[in-house]
Design a protein around this ligand. Structure first.
Ligand code: HEM
Length: 447
């Protein structure tokens, strides 16, 4: 089992703080005066304000604070070209660059030119994530931070607030379409919650440790002392068109004479409760299971090949000659999800007038953006030819096709096809960040 220097690693790597921290705000900040920002950063690190993995989760702690930096932000703090160049290419180019946004499917309604932040004069230098125990503490903490931004040489581009958490009967949070979220995350070697050896190498999520790909350390920014125990953080504001999703599901289910809950579950690959859709099943069994490989569903008649969860992690079927080979390949492309929903939660989706925005503040962590997040988004989620399919992307979140989208549901005796729907998720902003270790934050402050 790998030993991780837990007090070096920012806390969000190990936990999304869902249990104890009811509130979360995401500050998108621009550095206006690098000297002042460095002094502010030094103070945050020296005073122990940045959360780390050795802190014990408890219900008396008032806040947890995590801080990440974009490439433009890093360049404002660090003049050394060689150091800048040592970061991974995708991070340096940025999510909004021509090449990468094409690769991610950020075209048409998702184009960076239409984003509310993360592009043009709203490019972010620092992402400050503030979690708090309750509303009153959060309001006071936000106000105190905001008052200090000017003296810290920072200006606020925006503040994104997570919405109130809605939990299902098993304690999982519900995302806006109504499904349990946060069920499947990789079991990572050396993480505090893992007993024994985890199935995924530490180096997939933390720099400075052997990875899953070739057993070596993933490329990291220099120096070793700066890069180790850091990781990359992908942040995307994904608007969910809840009313349109359920309107389409209800109409289509009626047309096909099937249950809307069943059709929607096929889109996701899990029932609302979080149970994976198994072959022959027509109603939600309300049983959570995450230790499956799809070996009992090789034909996709339970969880369709094109469904969201089967694209996002195909597990033990389809990527290699046998189950073990397929799992090996799938496990080179895992991500750690740490996002939260934003906007008010609708009990009845027909109330969605489209006026109030709601969606997911998607955050994932990975040691290599290109091989992990971008691969999942491009080669699995948005791939029109995924798993023998030929003209469809992820029915829930895909953005490869703008209109006239399609979804195939493998079934006996004949497959079903669902046609003619729109995108249900729109990218509203985003950026790539580096989440430095505590030592690296101190080094940045002193640079
Ligand atoms: C608004 C956007 C999204 C919604 C509503 C959504 C919803 C869901 C739901 C309901 C699950 C099943 C529950 C779970 O295992 O936690 C899930 C799983 C997952 N999603 Fe998403 N998701 C969204 C965006 C994304 C994006 C952008 C990615 C990556 C590019 C992604 C990757 C994954 C992965 C890796 C899993 C776990 C698959 C597994 O291991 O079984 N999701 N998502």
């Amino acid at each position: 089992m790998t030993t991780i220097k837990l007090d070096e690693v920012q806390g969000i790597v190990f936990s999304g703080y869902n249990k104890y921290m009811a509130n979360a705000s995401y500050y998108l900040l621009r550095i206006e005066d690098a000297g002042k920002t460095k002094a502010w950063l030094k103070n945050l690190v020296d005073s122990g304000r940045i959360s780390h993995g050795a802190e014990k989760p408890d219900d008396t702690t008032e806040n947890r604070l995590n801080l990440a930096i974009s490439y433009p932000g890093y360049c404002k703090l660090e003049a050394d070209e060689a150091k800048r160049y040592s970061f991974e290419l995708s991070f340096r180019e940025g999510m909004n660059s021509e090449h990468r946004s094409a690769l991610l499917g950020d075209r048409g309604p998702n184009d960076p030119g239409k984003w509310s932040w993360g592009n043009g004069n709203k490019e972010v230098d620092i992402l400050l994530i503030l979690f708090s125990k309750d509303d009153a503490i959060h309001a006071a903490s936000c106000s105190s931070f905001e008052k200090g931004f000017k003296a810290a040489g920072l200006s606020k581009i925006d503040r994104l607030d997570a919405g109130a958490k809605v939990q299902n009967q098993h304690g999982f949070v519900r995302e806006h379409f109504g499904f349990a979220d946060g069920i499947s995350d990789p079991v990572v070697d050396g993480f505090p919650t893992v007993t024994g050896t985890g199935e995924i190498a530490t180096g997939e999520f933390l720099l400075g440790y052997p990875n899953q790909y070739d057993g070596k350390k993933t490329q990291m920014p220099v120096s070793e002392q700066f890069g180790a125990n850091g990781t990359y953080l992908v942040f995307r504001q994904l608007k969910q068109n809840v009313g349109e999703f359920w309107q389409f599901i209800n109409d289509e289910a009626k047309r096909q004479g099937i249950d809307p809950e069943y059709l929607a579950a096929k889109f996701v690959g899990r029932w609302k409760s979080g149970a994976v859709v198994a072959p022959g099943e027509k109603t939600d069994p309300d049983k959570i299971n995450n230790s499956f490989t799809f070996a009992n569903d090789k034909d996709g008649t339970g969880c369709p090949f094109g469904s969201h969860i089967r694209r996002a992690n195909p597990r033990g079927v389809g990527l290699g000659e046998n189950e073990a080979e397929s799992l090996k390949v799938a496990n080179r492309h895992r991500i750690l999800r740490r996002g939260r929903s934003y906007g008010s939660f609708l009990e009845d989706p027909s109330q969605d007038t489209g006026k109030d925005e709601r969606g997911l503040l998607f955050i994932c962590l990975n040691a290599n953006i290109e091989r992990q997040f971008e691969f999942v988004q491009h080669t699995w989620i948005n791939n029109l030819k995924f798993a023998g399919l030929y003209d469809e992307d992820d029915p829930l979140i895909g953005s490869a096709l703008e209109t006239d989208r399609k979804f195939t549901i493998q079934d006996e005796p004949l497959r079903r096809r669902v046609c003619g729907f729109q995108q249900f998720v729109t990218t509203r902003g985003g950026a790539y960040f580096f989440l430095p270790s505590l030592t690296a934050l101190g080094m940045l402050a002193a640079s």
